[in-house]
Design a protein around this ligand. Structure first.
Ligand code: ADP
Ligand code: LRH
Length: 489
């Protein structure tokens, strides 16, 4: 029986993993090779960076284990969280550990940027939502220093691929998170690059490499990286792009939520939506696999709960995710809801204090026990999903009959049920390791082990995924209570 094996490294903002995928009879089975924590590291001067060298070593370790387990390993591929980058000198050395997008250096930068490059022009060109951490604003914030020594700017997955292969390329799904692409052409935006150079002294057109589409085989791992050279595939290297590939959809009329540190909520479309209404609603048009567009909104996500859990851990209160979900399920529904996308929740630290403040500002009070806090976060997320899905459909004219939730958050049964209740739509939850699966699917096709378009990849995703189904109307929360809750902020 033919059998192919691939390894996927999937680095989220809270954890990374390397999964071995075995493809047999149209089905991929996953085996975890390595799992490691990730998170921003505060340097002595207070700045937030990523421990890139440690992440690169962990990816390599995971790939080495995969090759030891499957000596015929056909390829490896890497995806990571969006927007961040590193700068390399002429010898290919990293000039500094990459900045973390949650650092405060971009505070106020979009407003200054738009003074001489209007927001509507940036949206018409790049289709990117305004998030202060978009690469374009990070580059504007970085100042003119260090660019003489910079030979190449690479995004995080491209940087990891470069470390494996010495090939410098920029994979387009990730590049689309940077707000420096002409989104319709799937090419660098000459206008945005020229502005970065003339206004901020950032020689973007010189340091950015050629773009490649997902599925491009970059080349073999360099000698000595692994026990033998293994092809490296540029997959949908933005984690959300890989996650969307894995959605086990049986219809085109689906919305997805890629649920992890962030919740990426939206639709798969054939073309970007670049209308002023879409810009006003701050929807982004990120690029997907096979010429698709990921039309979505960044909802603040389980980050808020992760930060609360970190505070409880520091106070010696250890609660597993499953226990937290149980406590939240026992807490009253919609007792306190906040605008979970308030920018004040973006940075690390004092999350409980900030939630309490948001509640107070809207005439509510938040009970400080973990069950009530978790319930507030999950109810607020479900409300945000409802808004995002409704708006995405209205702005794009694409109707949906089902919501797919993939990623670690698909294991949160309360959040899945609340999503069904709030949206009034059936929810299909899983796969929890969707991003790794999407990464593996694109590799499998790149080396010829699967043939066909996204529908063929999704048939394998369906065969490979255990899903759980939720229907609306199970919890005693009628629609008008969601409307009332939404009216509080
Ligand atoms: P990222 O890739 O952004 O690091 P993941 O997709 O790994 O994120 O999802 C992490 C999140 O998944 C956690 O913040 C947690 O809320 C949720 N999660 C993980 N395991 C469980 C579980 N057993 N039950 C409920 N939620 C879970
Ligand atoms: C999710 C994600 C998201 C980006 C954010 C920085 O992991 O890639 O799509 O906006 O991280």
């Amino acid at each position: 029986m033919t059998h192919h094996a691939f390894a996927a490294a999937d680095l989220g903002a809270s954890s990374g993993r390397v999964m071995l995928g075995r493809l047999e009879d149209g089905q991929i089975t996953l085996e975890e090779m390595h799992r490691f924590e990730n998170g921003p590291v505060r340097s002595r001067d207070g700045a937030l960076h990523w421990a890139f060298d440690e992440l690169a070593a962990a990816v390599r370790e995971g790939f080495a284990r995969a090759l030891a387990a499957e000596p015929e390993l056909a390829s490896v591929g890497i995806d990571t969280w969006g927007v961040d980058y590193g700068r390399l000198d002429a010898e290919g050395r990293l000039l500094e550990q990459p900045w973390c997008y949650r650092d405060g250096r971009t505070d106020g930068v979009p407003e200054r940027f738009f003074a001489d490059f209007p927001a509507d022009r940036l949206y018409a060109e790049t289709g990117a939502q305004v998030q202060q951490f978009n690469t374009v604003f990070q580059l504007a914030a970085s100042g003119a220093e260090g660019w003489d020594e910079t030979e190449t700017l690479l995004f995080i997955p491209d940087l990891l691929n470069y470390g494996l292969t010495s090939v410098a390329a920029s994979e387009v799904t990730f590049a689309s998170t940077a707000a420096v692409l002409d989104v319709a052409a799937r090419q660098w935006s000459e206008a945005v690059l020229a502005h970065l150079e003339s206004r901020y002294g950032v020689p973007a057109s010189r340091v950015l490499p050629a773009l490649v589409e997902p599925g491009t085989v970059l080349g073999p791992t360099a000698d000595g990286v692994l026990a033998r050279p293994v092809p490296v595939v540029a997959v949908g290297s933005h984690d959300t792009a890989s996650a969307v590939v894995s959605v086990p959809a049986t219809t085109e009329r689906f919305a997805y939520i890629s649920s992890g540190t962030w919740s990426l909520v939206g639709l798969e479309l054939a073309a970007p939506v670049l209308t002023p209404e879409s810009a006003a609603a701050n929807f982004t048009n990120e690029l997907g696999v096979d010429g698709t567009v990921r039309y979505l909104k960044n909802v603040m996500g389980l980050w808020v709960l992760q930060e609360c859990a970190r505070t409880w851990r520091e106070a010696d209160i250890e609660i597993s995710w499953a226990e937290l979900v149980d406590l939240a399920a026992d807490a009253p529904a919609l007792a306190c809801v906040v605008d979970i996308d308030d920018p004040r929740l973006l940075k690390p630290g004092n999350m409980l204090g900030r939630l309490t403040q948001l509640a107070r500002e809207t005439g509510q009070s938040l009970r400080p026990d973990p069950g009530a806090v978790a319930r507030c976060i999950l109810d607020s997320l479900a409300l945000a999903y409802r808004d995002a899905i409704r708006s995405a459909c209205a702005l794009s004219g694409h109707a949906v009959d089902v919501v797919h939730i993939v990623g670690g958050g698909s294991q949160n049964q309360l959040l899945c049920q609340l999503t069904a209740e709030a949206t009034g739509l059936p929810v299909v939850a899983g796969p929890a390791e969707g991003t790794a699966l999407g990464n593996l699917l694109v590799q499998a096709r790149a080396v010829g082990a699967i043939e066909g378009g996204l529908d063929a990849l999704r048939r394998v995703a369906i065969a490979s995924s255990d899903v759980r189904r939720y229907r609306p109307g199970v919890l005693p929360i009628p629609a008008h209570r969601w409307d009332e809750a939404r009216s509080r902020f």
